[in-house]
Design a protein around this ligand. Structure first.
Ligand SMILES: Nc1nc2c(ncn2[C@@H]2O[C@H](COP(=O)(O)OP(=O)(O)O)[C@@H](O)[C@H]2O)c(=O)[nH]1
Ligand SMILES: [Mg+2]
Length: 393
């Protein structure tokens, strides 16, 4: 029996729609990426055999014993802002970092919290290291929402952020955390005499043995900021961050360094939509859950003035400015770009991104794999821009 033409057409359309539907669910977006396969970068440099950085390096047998025996240790600390409830996550991160690095160098850990640490927190964290652990309360005036922030405007802004699906947009403490990490942590009295820090978050992983003192490396090689991962931000979280920065620069052109990374900050080729939505900023930033840095950068007059300008503008609360773009913009403008170092040899993961080098010193990650999440996360990688405009130093 012949089937009427309209029915045949309908059946064909239905089959077509069904195929399209299946493709959307199981198609390219779910295809697992092979390590190093990355459409935004020709070849991931993490696939190249990676060794230690060049130059003089300090080794564990050169004065890193406990206490007074640690004559080579410099003024530095591992630093973690963390909640009591995150004890399991921070213990896991400590185990990774102690195993791969700190059990050899015995740098102290400094933990910060907006409420007092529990005895259990102190006991379990101290049990993970031979080094000293310090437990610090953040002063109220560093954590509290500034008086010039209007609660009603905050609530309305939080609603908009949520509508735009900005993660943690309506969570007040997240905004407080971002502000503290941007411009206040290094003002804590416990850090007054300390120069370098390595920031560690709960649940992060470290995969590779690091056999030299990274803090000394920074000082000896004239580096002030070290990163592992470079990412695009959600432009909806920072629509007026760049316009505020431009206003600040108009008042303070003297702060811009001759060897700045303005090209990296304002690239519009790779992701024009981000550049447009962020009103002139590429949104590319150092992913600041990992930082090995010299606090002198944040203690400079340029940064102090910049942070105060941003703080007054209100975007830590009315938008969701993160410490990552704030630190990154400041570094890109005010710092000598040659002082910023890619720690390609430190295997690192904060869900869902990795820095995993090809090195016999690494275990537990796949060299060249940028993410183990959905394939679309690949386009969040903006390391190629840093390499293009500044290099891999
Ligand atoms: N003490 C304390 N730490 C916080 C608070 N909010 C976030 N943190 C810490 O700040 C860091 C970033 O927070 P996290 O939840 O990991 O944010 P994400 O990495 O952006 O998803 C982590 O080290 C958290 O432990 C808070 O309200 N109190
Ligand atoms: Mg985190």
């Amino acid at each position: 029996m012949a089937i009427a033409r309209p029915i045949r057409v309908l059946a064909l359309v239905a089959i077509g729609l069904w195929c399209f539907f299946l493709y959307q669910i199981f198609g390219l977006s779910k295809a697992p990426k092979l390590p190093g396969e990355n459409e935004v970068i020709d070849r991931d440099p993490n696939l190249d055999l990676t060794g230690e950085p060049e130059g003089i390096l300090y080794r564990a047998d050169q004065g890193y014993g406990l206490g007074a025996e640690g004559t080579s240790r410099i003024n530095a600390t591992l630093l973690s802002l963390v909640r009591n409830e995150e004890i399991d996550g921070i213990v896991q991160a400590m185990q990774d970092l102690e195993r791969t690095w700190n059990s050899k160098f015995n740098y102290p850990w400094t933990f910060f919290n907006d409420v007092p640490f529990t005895e259990e927190f102190k006991k379990r964290t101290q049990a993970e290291t031979k080094a000293e652990c310090r437990y610090e309360l953040i002063p109220k005036e560093h954590w509290d929402i500034p008086t010039w922030i209007d609660e009603e405007i905050f609530q309305e802004s939080a609603r908009i952020l949520q509508e735009n699906q900005i993660q943690y947009g309506a969570m007040k403490s997240y905004h407080q955390m971002c502000r503290w990490n941007s411009g206040l942590f290094y003002k804590h009295p416990a850090l007054e005499h300390i120069q370098f820090y390595w920031r560690v978050e709960p649940k992060v992983h470290f995969f590779c043995d690091v056999d030299y003192d990274v803090f000394r490396y920074m000082g000896d090689h004239n580096k002030t900021y070290g990163f592992t991962i470079n990412l695009y931000d959600a432009p909806e979280s920072i629509p007026t961050l760049w316009p505020e920065t431009v206003k600040f620069l108009a008042a303070h052109p003297e702060y811009v360094h001759d060897n700045n990374a303005m090209n990296w900050l304002t690239d519009k080729e790779r992701r024009l939509d981000h550049y447009q939505k962020a009103n002139g900023y590429s949104t590319c930033h150092f992913w600041s859950n990992f930082e090995i840095a010299d606090m002198s950068v944040w203690r400079s007059q340029a940064y102090e003035d910049y942070f105060n300008h941003l703080d007054r503008a209100g975007g830590f609360f009315y938008e969701r400015w993160g410490d990552a773009p704030v630190h990154s913009i400041a570094l890109g403008l005010f710092e000598d770009a040659s002082k910023i170092h890619w720690f390609r040899d430190i295997g690192y993961q904060h869900i869902p991104y990795f820095n995993c080098p090809n090195s016999p010193k690494c275990r537990g990650c796949v060299a060249g794999r940028f993410t183990d999440g959905e394939a679309w996360l690949m386009k969040e990688d903006c390391r190629p821009n840093w390499f293009k405009y500044v290099g891999m130093g």
